[in-house]
Write a protein that binds this ligand. Sequence first.
Ligand SMILES: NC(=O)c1ccc[n+]([C@@H]2O[C@H](COP(=O)([O-])OP(=O)(O)OC[C@H]3O[C@@H](n4cnc5c(N)ncnc54)[C@H](O)[C@@H]3O)[C@@H](O)[C@H]2O)c1
Length: 416
Amino acid sequence: MEKLRLGFIGAGFIANFHATALKMVRGIELVGVYGSKRAKEFSARARAEGIGECKVYPNVAEMCKGCDTVAILAPNPVRLEIVEEIVEAVKAGAELKGVICEKPLGRTVAEAKRLVAMAKEAKLATAYFENQLHMKAIRRALAQLEPVQKAMGPIALARSSEEHGGPHEGWFWDPTQQGGGVLSDMGCHSIAVSWFVLTPVGKPVRFLEPVSICAETALLKWGQPKYRQKLLDRMGVDYEKIPAEDFCTGTVTFRNPESGQLVKAQFTNSWMYDKQGLRLLMDGLGPGYAFEVNSLKSPLEVFVGDAAAEAVADAEKAVEKSTASRGLLAVHPNEADLYGYVDEFEDVRDAFLAGKDGFLNWEYGLEITRLCQAAYMSAERQMTIDLTDKATQRKLDSYTSLIAQGKGGEVLYRQS
Ligand SMILES: NC(=O)c1ccc[n+]([C@@H]2O[C@H](COP(=O)([O-])OP(=O)(O)OC[C@H]3O[C@@H](n4cnc5c(N)ncnc54)[C@H](O)[C@@H]3O)[C@@H](O)[C@H]2O)c1
């Protein structure tokens, strides 16, 4: 079997999750890593676990020479410079088959467009990593419902939420670095997965046309003085000066270009979900049928009583962004598989080895960025955004939300 020789740019949280996923994927060898801080430690782990030789490279250019695919797993603010370096490496002779980028593709539409253009210029196959479309639970639900959908009509309402208690690194909290708050961070997942769920069986991922979007952003927990101080102490980010939203919700309306039917995707995301840990909640409702996924419903429950709790060293062993280490815990036997990471690597392996884009390419990532930015625009202007309007489309091309500009106080504190 031909192997994909993969290199990671970034060695933090998601790189480690992906390393766990790669243990379950055949035909990919992790040959290298480049990441400013934790690359050495990450490389030792990868080698110990047999995922590949995972050499530590001194820069992006050198790594591009040593592998045939690179995955951008670094923070959002360094996307452009990294892709510029990749393109330079290709021009200098590096033989890359393709490049993977984690969500969100860009912090603005302009940034995402630039990334798409650079990959095109270098003739690189692309994959946009949106894991939720690869989740086995979602794929299984749609496969099970395929004959029902054909008989009764497609899903007309999809609801999706991803919530946890807040990110693990300061740059995520800083809207001027991350590109916003929870909407930019996790709204992109929820909008994407609902768009997919609504898409009639057998149609491409961008078949349904976005018609309008109506959204709200709010700061419900981390703007309060007590929690603002905690955030400042823990993450060094001051939400009095540069607040970002810790809650968002909204509805995207899509149109079926063949039947004219309008369908709706509702999304809700928060960084104030102080339950056991990360929860993904998705459902789809069609005429006479429905499905529901709740990632906190695990087949495995573990109970740790107060007396035993002192012995628990690492709460995050239970589920991503765990908040508790005692009581009745929802524990996932295989989170990397549950969230779709295994399947997205299998997809990119097959696509890049065949010389094709992944199931989700960067053009698709650009459309998700556009929808997220339109959601910010809607929340800022307190109005529904008409996505079919040419003037609005042009405005979105050069739009940076007030929150991403560090002016979130004008939007998020206006109610008080
Ligand atoms: N699909 C998902 O569910 C999911 C989950 C978490 C994060 N992500 C995405 O993955 C990306 C990384 O997030 P994370 O949580 O791993 O962040 P992180 O801060 O935990 O890790 C980032 C890593 O990148 C390295 N880095 C920083 N600047 C760099 C540069 N210029 N060049 C190379 N490496 C650099 C850091 O040293 C660190 O190793 C983000 O874009 C985020 O949105 C996706």
